[in-house]
Design a protein around this ligand. Sequence first.
Ligand SMILES: Cc1cc2nc3c(=O)[nH]c(=O)nc-3n(C[C@H](O)[C@H](O)[C@H](O)COP(=O)(O)O)c2cc1C
Length: 192
Amino acid sequence: MAVVKILVIPGSLRTGSLNARLAAVVAHEVALAGVDVTRLSLTDYPLPIYDGDLETRGGVPRNALNLKRMIGSHQGIIFVTPEYNSSLPPLLKNAIDWVTRVEERGETKGQVFRERAFALAAASEGRLGGSRCLAALRLVLTGCRATVIPNQLALSFADRAYDDNDRLKNAGDAEALKAMVVQLIDFAQHTM
Ligand SMILES: Cc1cc2nc3c(=O)[nH]c(=O)nc-3n(C[C@H](O)[C@H](O)[C@H](O)COP(=O)(O)O)c2cc1C
């Protein structure tokens, strides 16, 4: 049986990003589960803010097509994202918006979201750990008719969440991470 492939996408480009750090820890947990894992940076997929006139004039940008294909070559996707004003950051929303506009031969718009499993994680210095962002992102993805697994990780006080070996100090956080990864792999296997 083919091995499931998981893609981890951080929702921040910031140097020293708490979410990029958590994305690395998430990817490590996926690798420990014996599954293929890739972590990308949206730095490699720069996109203009979505504008229908831009799309009418020039079509969907190449980077949106490339990102859609990258997502399409994995069965499970994990977004690891900051919370901005109780919602998801424009970087991530814009990337999702553009990807929903891609229409490749033999596919309908947004099909890539409907045929794989998604998991959500957030890191914040605050007490809520970005949980409102997770609710907002879940709404966006279910609106795309994506399968978003129930288990998720909202990492509170993320600036002091790790030990010296970059492992999550809090047992509840570590368990939530593991449960999310196990459930995503299970759902992703069913898409193969
Ligand atoms: C515009 C903006 C809005 C923010 N809103 C929230 C928020 O609603 N909830 C929260 O927990 N943190 C909020 N923050 C703080 C971010 O969680 C914090 O900056 C975090 O480190 C950003 O993620 P990163 O380190 O991965 O870049 C906000 C930050 C910015 C820049």
